[in-house]
Design a protein around this ligand. Structure first.
Ligand code: BDP
Length: 680
């Protein structure tokens, strides 16, 4: 026998399968038998029963009754759960109840009398997947929906398997919709052969309660429909969309609707024809209305030579408030700029009073270290949900506004830009799975704490193989607690080594990975270059958005304009977002701005060093595959963090002319070396 063969036989005998992370947080095997009673049958209820059999963690001989019934305490796809009963008003509601029960069993949470109702009716992933299989800002392989080549439109058993696993993972955290393609949409998305494949995908997703949606290109009528124009008020254009919509619903009766990026970053839109965003959105909304479909119209708009970029979406959309049909929802990124490590919330939240606004969060870590850095995003989203809009005084948080508690919007929605691809572990980084999980959990309940989510995710993802109670305690103390602490700190750490104190968008080039505060090649739009955002000069640093600057502060409800406007009351985390601050300005803690900037960058690097040390102790508690993978990635993150720190401090030092404080680790790189990399 050759050595390889011997090894293979050995492995087979030992029944060892390599841990590739593919099972996500869904790895529980039943520990006993359960009897499931359910009067009605359907594909969704069958899945619910099957999940109970497969994952049951109770003692042998459990009984569970599943029942659809009306209950005043339940809304939408909510459910009630007791030790032996789950009831809901809808079939997906039952399924969510089952996943909640199993999650509670596995994580040791109490089970009796739980009632849950979702924060948002529609909880969507947005895939930025292209028809050729590539993914814009995707860091985990290629699309699981699209590919190029001869068999691009053949649906294989493998496709169906993967889509089923995908649907199951989403349903387990309450996601009930998915936009299958990039917002920079190809017009071919609406061609018959693509729609046929959408139908095939829809058929797989349906039993899991997930509806498909498509991103559409506004100029499709002229690009693929043979029309001379795509003017939304043109009768032929209106008819073209009506017919297209009817063609879609004939294939997919539960199709969700359209997502549109219009007049943004070169994408076509109604303004190309002298029309408004409302004209464009309403035309599509009218075509979808008879079928119950919706339009998610993105607010991510800004012009190359306009006003301060962070004001533009507000100025564009607030005058149109109330002019949109009730099946149009404005989809806004959480911050007013662009998914930066930290931004204040977009003033459209609380700014629109008659038109529903839905948050778009970015799960894929475009600006947060991609598939290399360990950054748990739940704390960032928690900060966003808890932000006070003051729309109706204190307590008017984003969570309440977007959830329809302040204004009863007809539709409440939330979307997350997906981080999923064809990589065996779906997300590229083992810990990036936690961001997919967290998005679903927060879309279901936007009041959940990051702490709870991290706790659940760790317990579900890294199984304790230590058996008895003593083992459990050791596992908790030595693994769960330190890993959780690392996760919960990780976002603030990334902010520290990348863009502390309100700095934003200082990446080199369009890859959005490494630092480039200097990056401003001739011919590139000013608002795509870091100097536009940091405004460093020999007096200080930061973008002046005060009343005497761009006046972005005034887009918020009182008292925020004066809070943000005053250097003394502006939260330090947003300081350089709203102010151009002198280098020697004394901050609350007594440090000058320059020194504090140095301390923050330095702290960021030291914290990643600590993460490495924490993880190095985890070899005993996790499989070796994920242990080494995470260890390698943390090493790279540490190197990257040092590059960030040195690049930013050495570059800004040219303006401040001040020395690094004594207790800050001196740079290991030279600025001119780093400026050559322009990448990582
Ligand atoms: C930017 C991304 C770009 C997206 C754009 C968007 O860099 O790839 O197309 O957002 O959201 O952050 O439309």
């Amino acid at each position: 026998m050759t050595r390889t063969l011997l090894l293979l036989t050995l492995l087979l005998c030992l029944n060892i399968t390599a841990e590739d992370g593919h099972q996500l947080w869904l790895r529980a095997q039943n520990t006993g038998q359960v009897t499931v009673k359910c009067k009605t049958g359907s594909p969704t209820l069958d899945i619910a029963a099957q999940e109970l059999h497969q994952g049951w963690q109770g003692k042998d001989g459990g009984h569970i009754k599943l029942k659809i019934k009306q209950d005043k305490r339940i809304t939408g796809d909510g459910f009630r759960l007791t030790r032996n009963r789950i009831y809901a008003q809808t079939e997906p509601g039952i399924l969510y109840g089952v996943y909640e029960l199993l999650r509670r069993q596995q994580t040791g949470a109490p089970i009796d009398r739980v009632t849950q109702n979702p924060s948002y009716d529609l909880r969507l992933l947005n895939h930025w997947d292209n028809l050729d299989g590539s993914i814009e800002r995707g860091y985990a392989g290629s699309s699981i929906f699209w590919r190029k080549g001869k068999d691009a439109f053949t649906v294989t058993a493998q496709d169906r398997n993967l889509w089923t696993e995908y649907a199951r993972a989403n349903a387990s955290v309450g996601i009930n919709g998915t936009v299958l393609n990039n917002v920079n949409a190809s017009p071919q998305m609406l061609s018959p052969k693509v729609l046929k494949r959408v139908q095939e995908i829809a058929d797989v997703l349906r039993p899991y309660g997930i509806k498909p949606y498509l991103a559409v290109k506004f100029s499709s009528p002229s690009l693929i429909g043979g029309l001379k124009t795509s003017d939304p008020l043109d009768p032929d254009v209106i008819r073209w969309w009506q017919e297209k919509v009817s063609e879609i619903y004939a294939l997919i009766p539960d199709f969700g609707g359209f997502l549109v990026k219009a007049n943004s970053e070169g994408q076509p839109g109604p303004q190309d024809f002298g029309r408004t965003h409302a004209d464009g959105a309403n035309m599509l909304a009218d075509a979808l209305k008879p079928y119950g479909g919706i339009v998610m119209w993105r607010a991510f708009v800004y012009k190359p030579s306009g006003d301060d970029r962070v004001k533009q979406a507000y100025n564009e959309f607030v005058p149109l408030d109330g002019k949109f049909r009730d099946n149009v929802i404005i989809q806004s990124k959480n911050g007013p700029l662009d998914f930066q490590p930290r931004e204040p919330f977009s003033p459209l939240f609380g700014g629109m009073k008659e038109t529903a606004v839905m948050p778009e969060l970015q799960i894929t870590q475009e600006y947060l270290g991609q598939n290399v850095h360990l950054v748990f995003l739940a704390p960032m989203w928690e900060e966003f949900f808890n932000s006070e809009t003051y729309m109706e005084g204190p307590g008017s948080t984003i969570a309440r506004y977007t959830g329809g508690d302040i204004i009863p919007f007809q539709h409440t929605l939330i979307a997350g830009v997906s981080n999923i691809g064809s990589d065996p572990n779906w997300c590229g980084h083992p810990f990036a799975q936690a961001n997919w999980y967290a998005f679903g959990r927060m879309a279901w309940n936007n009041a959940l704490s990051s702490e709870q989510i991290a706790d659940e995710w760790i317990k579900l993802t890294f199984k304790n193989s230590w058996g008895n109670d003593a083992g459990k305690e050791i596992f908790n103390e030595k693994f769960i607690l330190p890993v959780k602490e690392m996760m919960l700190k990780s976002r603030e750490t990334a902010v520290n080594y990348m863009m502390p104190l309100g700095l934003h968008h200082i990446f080199a080039a369009n890859h959005h990975y490494g630092p480039g505060p200097w990056w401003a090649p001739a011919g590139v739009r000013k608002d795509w270059t870091p100097p536009y955002y940091h405004q460093a000069d020999d007096k200080g640093i930061g973008f002046d958005r005060t009343r005497t600057g761009s006046d972005a502060v005034s887009l918020y409800h009182k008292p925020l304009p004066s809070v943000f406007n005053d250097l003394k009351t502006c939260p330090e985390k947003y300081l350089l977002w709203f102010h151009h601050v002198p280098w020697d300005y004394k901050l609350h803690i007594g440090n000058t701005l320059w020194n504090e900037l140095c301390y923050r960058y330095d702290r960021g690097v030291k914290e990643v060093d600590k993460f490495q040390k924490t993880w190095n102790n985890m070899g005993l508690y996790v499989d070796s595959e994920r242990f080494y993978q995470v260890q390698g990635k943390l090493r790279e993150q540490y190197d990257n963090a040092r590059i960030w720190k040195d690049a930013c401090l050495l570059y800004f030092q040219q303006f401040s002319g001040m020395p690094l404080p004594d207790n800050v680790e001196p740079p290991v790189y030279r600025l001119n070396e780093l400026m050559q990399i322009d990448k990582k």
